[in-house]
Design a protein around this ligand. Structure first.
Ligand code: DGI
Ligand code: FE
Ligand code: FE
Length: 403
């Protein structure tokens, strides 16, 4: 089995990419091409860049029904800086015995020697490139020689390239030009439907419909339904207490987005984005999905709204000084239609009538439950509890609208 490995930002993927990949497949008799949209570290994200999940989706649409291609989310799933050496290693484990061909653009190829763990890359894959404008075949062949001296195997193919670049396409879209012939039709439809790249200075934001598709692919059926139920309940509570119902709905959809990703993936994304768990948090795996979820929606989905991010971040533990939206999401998680625990009726009534009493009830319930199981308690939960107890002492209960 011969597999082409083709990574890139694919922002957006276009016919030039597909042409290059297909040409390599034909000339080298490749059985399969893996398209791997790269995760882009947050400091490199252009403001008009499409979020990782959308670039991934466009790749899937671009090659739908073409059995030569397979789209892989391994780098996006991994998050953080992806090293090609790790990606190739993972693919070689997935396809034991396969011969891998790393397909690169000419400019990328000319820097390959400096890539992290180049020797490993060279062992794992044959390095392939095609000349382009300023990087002619002579230049590539020369460079290939130096890589070969370091143990690499290189293939330079003189493939006539289509004159398309993602940068030019983004400009065209921004100028309202049609993309006919530049990208597969399904990709163009997708770009139009969601207004991607419409205005370079406008950040891309996804809508709830897209968020639901994203969580559908990441959660078990049960958790998926739970998330939709939390979204409904959060919207309902938001209307009662004067939070933004749309934002509450979105937060509900997304609050458990990392819950089924596995502990390892949760810790990975947390550390990739420079968050250091303290000694207590390290021992609270039940809370990791909330921290990881906040990172995911901010950096991978491109959500900028701090209140929304915080409502995911603190939905499990709560904290002192919560906004109304944060409380609404916390309570919605407790009282969504799918919840079924002995006191759920009491809790639902409280949530619908008295936000402070409901917060106190929820925090007490969780803390008691954890103590009963001899589990450690996150300090944020204790701070939230202390705050709510003294607030109730001072001001009695109310519906929270004064906050
Ligand atoms: O994700 P959900 O199941 O919808 O609900 P959640 O986000 O409230 O997660 C509940 C889990 O989190 C449950 O296993 C208890 C755990 N948890 C919440 N707060 C704490 C906690 N675990 C510990 N050890 N300490 C906490 O303070
Ligand atoms: Fe949760
Ligand atoms: Fe939940």
């Amino acid at each position: 089995m011969k597999i082409g490995v083709f990574g890139g930002a694919f922002d957006p993927i276009h016919n030039g990419h597909l042409h290059l990949a297909r040409e390599f497949a034909a000339r080298l008799s490749l059985d399969k091409i893996l398209l791997i949209p790269t995760f882009i570290p947050p400091h490199k994200v252009r403001s008009y860049m499409a979020p990782a999940q959308l670039r991934l989706q466009m790749c899937r649409l671009a090659v739908e029904g073409d059995s030569l291609f397979e789209v892989s989310d391994i780098e996006i799933r991994r998050g953080g800086a992806s090293f090609t050496a790790d990606t190739l290693k993972e693919i070689s484990l997935q396809y034991p015995g396969a011969q891998l061909f790393l397909i690169t653009g000419a400019d990328m190829f000319l820097t390959l020697g400096t890539w992290n763990r180049f020797e490993e890359i060279a062992k794992l894959a044959v390095l392939c490139a095609a000349p382009r404008d300023e990087y002619n075949s002579e230049k590539l062949l020369d460079y290939a020689k130096t890589l070969e001296q370091r143990g690499a195997r290189c293939i330079i193919q003189d493939i006539p390239l289509l004159k398309i670049s993602s940068t030019i396409l983004r400009n065209k879209i921004s100028d309202g030009e049609i993309l006919e012939g530049y990208v597969p039709e399904a990709v163009e439809d997708y770009i139009r439907k969601y207004g991607l790249y419409n205005n370079h200075n406008n950040q891309q934001t996804l809508n709830d419909e897209q968020f639901i598709e994203i969580i559908r692919g990441r959660l078990t059926q049960k958790r998926f339904e739970h998330s939709l139920a939390v979204a409904e309940q959060a919207k309902h509570l938001a209307k009662l207490y004067g939070a933004d119902p749309e934002k509450a709905y979105t937060a509900g959809i997304l609050h458990d987005i990392m819950k089924d990703a596995g502990k390892e993936a949760q810790l990975q994304i947390i550390s990739d984005f420079g968050i250091i768990l303290d000694n207590v948090e390290k021992n609270l795996p039940g809370c990791w999905h909330a921290i990881a979820g906040a990172v995911f929606i901010e950096h991978i989905l491109g959500i900028k709204d701090r209140d929304l991010i915080n409502s995911v971040r603190y939905h499990t533990t709560a904290r002192a000084g919560m906004s109304i939206l944060e409380k609404v999401v916390y309570l919605a998680d407790f009282t969504s239609a799918d919840r079924d625990y002995p006191d759920v009726g009491t809790m639902r009534n409280l949530a619908a009538t008295d936000i402070k009493a409901a917060m106190k009830y929820g925090l007490s319930y969780t803390i008691k439950d954890l103590v009963g199981k001899s589990m450690p308690i996150h300090p944020d939960a204790i701070h939230a509890y202390n705050e709510i107890v003294s607030a109730i002492e001072k001001g009695g209960t109310d519906n929270g609208q004064k906050e």
